[in-house]
Design a protein around this ligand. Structure first.
Ligand code: ADP
Ligand code: NA
Length: 343
């Protein structure tokens, strides 16, 4: 809608990869290109969330924070149209987090799955002895995420499907707040599911491509050069059916992941992509094609990223402007929220 407030964030926990791009930033780019003058777009760097990783490395974290801004601009988000900022610069996120935490039940949070995968725990609800080692910040970060979204009274949140559960919690907390304080202050934000299905690790196509993956060959970074991309695709795990390439995520997860990548980049349906590769009858041709498509997609982001990293003054200016814009709305909204709860 023309009056939508759209909000999304990405964590500065590593270099941006193809999954982040197809699941998030490519969509952000589209949204900023198509922006209606009455829409508001907020794209943030979730640096507070990033601190929930087990062993933060301060030096590296500073670099990743900075690179994250460069990456967002590099993939084509227009800072004239979108507000780009760091989560930590807007203290109202944390203030609203506290108010929402008074409404979030432990049982509900315990059913969320992402923090479990991030702490390498099994995907079940945990008993209190296992829970004992989990840090409060990691356990409760979906509540902060809800605050991130609700402080701007966002109506739409573009995210990959790994985040759907957190959006449900956000709507639940918005409803709890509205009913507790007999108000309709918070809109229930809609999930704008990105058109691309989850991008998987190249070496273990049973888990998602992730910044936290330590195997460099599993992940294609937005600033990988063409040779590196070619090498990684060459090594990508596939299967022994060499003469045709069809989408079958259960039996052919590796091949399906590569088809999904092409589909995400070209914005073509899977059957269309299958048709485009139907004349190929060996992995060499197939993988060369995949490589070409990725190299082409990441060409300008890679060049722009390198340029932006050499212009810290420009990045600082974009963030400064974004922070002021975000601050203004967050401050106004928080004052209204505080009034509603009697603060
Ligand atoms: P990561 O899991 O790599 O740390 P984030 O948690 O910062 O990434 O997620 C940022 C955005 O990127 C979210 O919208 C998320 O849905 C999307 N995303 C992350 N990994 C993938 C993936 N493998 N495939 C598709 N989208 C992804
Ligand atoms: Na994630």
């Amino acid at each position: 809608p023309n009056n939508a407030t759209i909000f999304s964030m990405v964590q500065p926990t590593g270099k941006f990869h193809l999954g982040n791009h197809l699941g998030a930033t490519k969509v952000w780019q589209d949204l900023s290109n198509l922006k209606h003058p009455d829409q508001k777009l907020f794209f943030g760097i979730a640096d507070l969330h990033a601190l929930t990783i087990p062993k933060p490395n301060v030096q590296e974290f500073r670099l990743f924070r900075n690179e994250a801004i460069a990456s967002i601009l590099a993939v084509g988000v227009d800072p004239q149209k979108a507000t780009v900022m760091y989560q930590s610069s807007i203290s109202q996120h944390s203030q609203l987090y506290w108010l929402l935490s008074t409404l979030a039940s432990m049982g509900y949070l315990n059913r969320m799955t992402q923090w479990k995968s991030k702490s390498n725990l099994k995907q079940q609800a945990l008993d209190s002895s296992t829970l004992g080692n989990v840090k409060l910040g990691l356990f409760s970060y979906p509540v902060l995420q809800a605050a991130d979204i609700l402080i701007y009274r966002a109506t739409h949140v573009p995210v990959g499907d790994d985040q759907s559960q957190h959006l449900e919690l956000t709507r639940y907390l918005a409803e709890q707040f509205n009913s507790m304080y007999k108000t309709d202050y918070f809109p229930l934000p809609k999930t704008l599911l990105t058109p691309t299905k989850k991008i998987l690790s190249l070496s273990s196509p049973n888990k998602k491509m992730s910044k936290s993956d330590t195997n460099q060959n599993s992940v294609i970074y937005v600033n990988d050069n063409p040779n590196t991309i070619a090498k990684k695709i060459k090594k990508a795990v596939t299967d022994s059916t060499v003469d045709h390439f069809n989408y079958d995520p259960v039996n052919r997860p590796g091949v399906s992941n590569l088809l999904n990548i092409i589909s995400g980049i070209q914005r073509k349906s899977i059957p269309e992509v299958e048709k485009d590769v139907s004349h190929m009858n060996n992995f060499k041709d197939f993988k060369n094609y995949v490589t070409e498509v990725i190299v082409e997609e990441l060409k300008s982001p890679r060049e722009r990223f390198a340029r932006f990293m050499k212009e810290p003054g420009y990045l600082d200016e974009v963030v400064k402007r974004g922070t002021e814009e975000a601050q203004e709305l967050a401050d106004k909204n928080y004052k209204e929220i505080a009034k509603i709860v009697g603060l």
